[in-house]
Design a protein around this ligand. Structure first.
Ligand code: NAD
Ligand code: GLY
Length: 365
């Protein structure tokens, strides 16, 4: 696959395209009919702006679109109401109106804060997502979840606010730190595991091309992932049902992140181990077909994920932490489990004592 792909998120009058390709960020054909002269606020951070801001600005200048900048510091610790306020202040200062567009240029952190500011300013103005990390291209920028972190937990305040357009330029992945790139692959593998066995096989057979950032392989990988996310979000934008399948591996992964105070793993790395634990638990309880865990383990090994868990993390404290997850209820935990590769289900009511009995201890340190 090469050139430019367009995947539509089908939400009636709120439908929007995700444009995927090498160089699309600076391609005015992508932008020309989708911006108006009422102005743009570009939100980015101090790492990404020096790399990619000029490309975006040159397009806006060619199209005669006036724009202002809001450049935030880099880091998850800045995904707060304070930086959200900075974006709101920038919109107020430029006298933004309801036709102003916010463009979020960056990874999931920038996309989430800028999207949330756009959701709130004048009760909602347009946001265009320009994701520059693999994780944001295949997941965070698509689907309209926006928000900020609170001192007591991640993403606790936010809104569903669908973008008007997503521009995923795979060229931007070339400057992404290697560790961030690999972490993003976990979310890609997730689509194979929950809904596309053929894609999982493709990932197994193309790890070299992916890791050397072969352009055609990256394009196919991003476009296929976005198509899967599109089908889920189009059917269940507000996570009343099937969208929960996208949380596969996340309940175990969030517990790992929480227990290490978000300092040991990047989110995608924790999700990779979380998916492995979910597969192993599924196999132990007879819900998941044999060999699924071994196949995932093999793929994670090829991508060079470190799946070791520190010794001080026990099954007991994992389960205790999982019980405080948003998806826990009195009846027990709801978990996303696989029946087989390509087929995920929502499995309800996992009581702590049963979870402990069948916890895959062999993965603990
Ligand atoms: P991130 O936004 O922090 O980016 C990772 C790092 O890479 C940052 O230092 C960033 O400045 C840098 N970077 C970004 N693009 C670059 C590039 N092209 N070249 C060089 N450096 C670059 O992290 P992320 O993994 O993209 O996103 C994580 C965030 O996304 C979390 O806050 C998470 O909660 C959120 N998220 C949201 C959704 C959603 O549906 N809204 C889904 C998943 C994750
Ligand atoms: N990242 C999970 C979702 O968008 O629902």
């Amino acid at each position: 696959m090469s050139g430019i792909d367009s995947v539509t998120i089908k939400l009636g009058t709120a439908s929007y395209p995700v444009i995927i390709g090498a160089g699309v960020l600076a391609d005015e054909r992508v932008w020309v009919s989708r911006l108006n002269a009422d102005g743009v606020l570009i939100v980015s951070n101090s790492t990404i702006a020096p790399l990619y801001l000029a490309r975006l600005q040159s397009v806006l200048e060619k199209l005669n679109i006036p724009h202002q900048l809001c450049i935030l510091p880099d880091g998850e610790q800045y995904k707060t109401l304070t930086t959200w306020q900075q974006i709101i202040d920038a919109l107020l200062n430029m006298r933004a109106n309801r036709k102003t567009t916010v463009i979020a240029l960056g990874g999931g952190v920038i996309g989430d804060i800028a999207g949330f500011a756009a959701a709130c300013y004048m009760r909602g103005i347009r946001v265009i997502q320009v994701p520059t990390t693999l994780l944001a291209q295949v997941d965070a920028a698509v689907g309209g979840k926006t928000g900020v972190n609170m001192p007591v937990g991640k993403n606790l305040v936010g809104a569903f606010h669908q973008p008007a357009l997503v521009v995923a330029d795979i060229d931007t992945l070339s400057s992404l730190p290697e560790r961030e790139f690999r972490a993003g692959i976990a979310e890609v593998i997730k689509y194979g595991l929950i809904m596309d066995a053929g894609f999982f096989d493709w990932l197994q057979n193309n790890t070299d091309a992916i890791l050397t950032k072969d352009a055609a392989a990256l394009h196919y990988m991003v476009a296929t992932s976005v198509a899967h996310k599109a089908s889920v979000v189009s059917a269940d934008a507000h996570e009343q049902g099937q969208r929960a399948l996208l949380n596969f591996g996340h309940t175990f992964g969030h517990a790992l992140e929480t227990l290490t105070n978000y300092s040991k793993w990047l989110h995608g790395e924790a999700v990779a181990i979380g998916m492995l634990l979910a597969c192993a638990y599924g196999e132990k309880t007879g819900r998941t077909a044999p060999e699924v865990t071994a196949k995932l383990n093999q793929l994670l090994g090829k991508i060079q994920f470190d799946i070791s868990i520190p010794e001080d993390i026990t099954a007991q404290n994992m389960i205790e932490t999982m019980r405080s997850d948003k998806k826990a209820s009195y009846a027990g935990l709801d978990l996303i489990l696989l029946e087989s590769i390509g087929a995920a289900v929502i499995s309800r009511g996992h009581r702590p004592e049963l979870l402990l009995k069948d916890f895959p201890m062999e993965y603990l340190g």
